[in-house]
Structures are given as C-alpha cells and as structure tokens.
Design a protein around this ligand. Structure first.
Ligand code: F6P
Length: 470
C-alpha cells in the first residue's frame, strides 16, 4: 500500500501557545491538549510530519520563534488579527458552527465575514505551498478550513489531500440554508478522502452533495471533476493509557449508588450553547423536585470551560447558565448543602481524571455534538468499572455507547427520572455496562483512529482515485 512519505497536518490552531518569559528570559512553547490534538499527536510524534496552523501573532515575524516552532514540527500561518477575528469569531463560529449544529436561528450572515474566511483559507494554502515537497500528503482538519482542499487542488491536481470534519454535518435541508453552500461544498470536494465521526453525518453529506451540486454518487463515493472522492466514518477515540489511572477505591462499591451518603453528578463542557447546560441544570432541579430524598445528598458539579467569549451567543449562554445556577442554589441550598457547584475555568487533565473517578453519575447531555470525548474519557478513567454514564442521543458518540443510559436532553422530565434510575441501578449491571464500554474504548482508541484513517485513505489513493466510478 502506498504510504505518505511526509504528512502535513493542518488545523486552525496549532497545538501550542507561546508563554512569554520573565524579563530577559526567552519565550517558551506550551503544549495544549484536547481531542483533536491527542488524535493528531499520534501522527505528529511518530511519523515524519509538519503541523500547519495559527498561533496568534508572532511579533514582527520573530525569526527565532519561527525556528523554534519548526524544530518541533510546527509552521505558523501569520494572520492579520482583524481578519482572523472576522474569520474565526465571525464566519467559523457565528455562521458555520450554528448551521452545523442545527441552530439555524442563531446563524449570522455577513459578506464581510465570508471575505475574511476566504482570505484566511487562501493564506493557509499559500503557507502550505511554500513548504510543500513532492510526495507530501496533506490532512486538513475541520470547518474553519472548508475551502482549503479545493484551493490546493487547483494549485496541483495530483496532490494527495484528505479532510476530516470534527463537528456534525447537518441534513441537506439545514445545510441548504447557507448562502455560500455551493462554494463550501466545492471547497471540500478538492479532497480525495473525506472523514466524519458517524455514519449519519456521512449520509447527510452524501445527500447534500447531490442536492447542492447535483454530483454523481455511488455508495459513499462521489464523482467530481473526473476524480473519485471517498467519504467514510471514523469516530475519534481517546488516549486509553493517559486516562486509565488506577482507581483510588477506598470502600467496596455500593449495591446501589443511592446507598452512599453523598452522590456526585458531574458535567464538564466547553461553555457552548450546543452542550445543553441550561437543560441539564433544569433537569437536575426537576430531579430534586421529584425525588426530594436527594436534597442534602446529591450534588451536581458543573465545570464550564470558557470558550469563544467574543461571540455574543457565548456571552448570552454564560449569563443564562449563571442565572440558573443562582436560582437553583438559592431555592434548595441550606447552610451545609449546595446542590450545584459551578466552576467557570479550564482545569488540568490530572484534576479532570480525579473528578471522573469520583463522579457517581457523569452527565453528558449536548443538544448536538459532533462526537464528544468527555463521555469516552469518563469511561476510560473508571478503572474500577463503576459509575454510570447518562448520555444524550444527539452526541455523535451515542452510536458507539449503547450501554450508557441514553436520553433526549430536551425531555427534562425523562432526564430527571433517568438520574434516579442511575442511582438505583444494581452494582452488577453498572459494572457490566462500564466494562463493555471500556473494552470498546480500548479497542478503538486515538491510535486506532489515526492508523485506521491513514490506511483507508491510502487504499483509496492506491485504487479508486484515478479511475471513474461509472
Ligand atoms: O469540536 C470542534 C472544535 O473545533 C475542536 O476541534 C476544538 O478543540 C473545539 O471545537 C474548540 O474550538 P476552538 O478552537 O474554537 O476553541
């Protein structure tokens, strides 16, 4: 099988940030984590590769920092901050993000933002072309860069290009609402191999290609500009080793979680309106109404990681969440009990694992989510095979996690009852469910995702790419 000689990974952000040194000390590079980063690190650390992305401004094209980045395999795309803002906060996160998550009423339309989106995709292409060597394979990531595959294809029709979409792909009816639908779809079809997290998104994408471009398609294959483009589902996995910390089990697992003196529910999310945090809080309040025996005993710890704070809808959701937390706590708290513990900051991975291991019930209830790795991390962290996962059926991960207690996050009453069901579930059933989930997460970890993706892409490049599918 043909394999890439060198990989060029491309994402909006580079997985590093600059930490300014004190006084005369040199700035250092600080590595960031997150699902996309852990998935791609497998390739970046182990194969010959370069990672192209934006790092924020490097002062006056700082040559030393550029070299330091390059030594670590990173290439920064320098961008004008105003253009970046219109591309990132504007088109990517105020137009595409709501559209792809089915929040049509929140989608803003601005020609100015679209212009900046085009410019930034063009600038990414120019940087890639500058460093490109013969036989490089280019793997582009996510909705911020949907035009990039086609721009690169126009530069060289023989390039090997793949695109992976990390967020949901909506139905063709929803997608058709965006004014630039044809340009966006043509942009993606510059790739040879296109990946999504779930088969549903693949199906939606195939229907959209037909509806918007009238392209010829066969099962998960598209004929466009005399090329064959393969479309496939590859759900990202988590770094199993990194989250499998031995569990500090102090007492034997209870017959039922409700037998414990205190029970902890946990939510960890970027503060985003797609994550269903107000609905979750309302469900928790309803649970305390329906099952008052848990007042004084059950607590929800909700961590909200600040995100995209320059976008208005994100400021609004923060206000809404904080108001709700205040209302619930004001109504139910006593001098020695607070039902909702709310934390608005990012916390280090080691602390997150501790929280996972202590959480009796993990609540992952997005209204829409491309995949969601928090639910997978929770399961992997439960090396004691205990705990219970309540998971939204609208998270991409739901299709791989049938043993979770799956809920419709809009159905407040049912979610409240499901919280009780989790606490009433017997030890044996909890452990059976968790063991099955952990096993699947071990078999389909981030390494499996990266290797399997590359193999499938390579096979496609070997075979179908040049021959017509008709
Ligand atoms: O889930 C999609 C995604 O873009 C991820 O790739 C990223 O880690 C996350 O959302 C946060 O996005 P941002 O880079 O806008 O903070």
């Amino acid at each position: 099988m043909t394999k890439p000689k060198r990989q060029i990974l491309v994402s909006n952000r580079l997985p590093v940030s600059i930490r300014q040194g004190d006084d005369d000390q040199e700035p250092t590079l600080q590595r960031s984590s997150g699902g996309l980063v852990r998935g791609l690190n497998v390739i970046h650390h182990e194969a010959d590769s370069l990672w192209v992305g934006h790092l924020g401004q490097i002062e006056n094209g700082d040559q030393e920092l550029t070299k330091k980045l390059l030594d670590e395999g990173f290439v920064n795309v320098e961008l004008d901050p105003n253009i970046y803002d219109r591309y990132y906060s504007g088109y990517a996160n105020d137009t595409l993000w709501p559209l792809f998550h089915n929040f049509l009423a929140s989608m803003s339309i601005s020609d100015n933002h679209w212009d900046s989106y085009q410019k930034v995709n063009q600038q990414f292409a120019e940087k890639i072309i500058e460093i490109l060597q013969p036989d490089d394979w280019i793997w582009i990531h996510d909705y911020q860069l949907m035009l990039l595959p086609q721009i690169l294809r126009e530069h060289d029709s023989k390039l090997k290009i793949s695109y992976f979409h990390h967020i949901p792909f909506p139905s063709s009816e929803i997608f058709s609402a965006i004014p630039r639908r044809q340009e966006l779809m043509c942009g993606l079809l510059g790739a040879d191999y296109i990946g999504f997290h779930t088969n549903d998104y693949v199906r939606h994408f195939m229907a959209t290609v037909k509806r918007v471009l009238g392209a010829k398609t066969k099962i998960n294959e598209i004929n466009h500009d005399d090329r064959s483009i393969k479309v496939s589902a590859h759900p990202l996995g988590v770094d199993f080793g990194a989250f499998s910390k031995p569990h500090p089990q102090e007492t034997p697992p209870p017959a039922k979680l409700s037998d414990k003196e205190r029970v902890t529910f946990l939510g960890i999310d970027r503060l985003d309106y797609t994550k269903g945090i107000p609905e979750r809080l309302t469900s928790f309040a309803r649970f305390l109404d329906l099952y008052p025996e848990y007042i004084g005993k059950a607590r929800l710890t909700q961590i909200c990681v600040p995100s995209r704070q320059d976008v208005d809808s994100y400021a609004e959701i923060r206000n809404q969440v904080e108001r709700l937390v205040g209302n619930i706590n004001g109504k139910v708290s006593s001098t020695d009990y607070i039902p909702v513990e709310y934390i608005f900051r990012s916390i280090p991975t080691a602390e997150v694992i501790d929280l996972y291991q202590k959480a009796d019930v993990m609540v992952v209830t997005p209204l829409r989510d491309g995949l969601n790795l928090v639910c997978k991390e929770y399961v992997v962290s439960r090396t004691d095979s205990d705990g219970c996962l309540v998971l939204s059926e609208f998270a991409g991960s739901a299709s791989e996690m049938g043993e979770a207690l799956q809920v419709n996050p809009y159905d407040i009453e049912n979610v409240a009852h499901t919280f009780n069901k989790a606490l009433q579930m017997g030890r044996e059933e909890r452990q059976e469910r968790m063991t099955a989930l952990r096993k699947r997460m071990e078999e389909h970890d981030n390494r499996y995702w990266a290797q399997n993706y590359l193999e499938a892409w390579s096979q496609h490049e070997d075979g179908a790419r040049s021959k017509s599918i008709y």
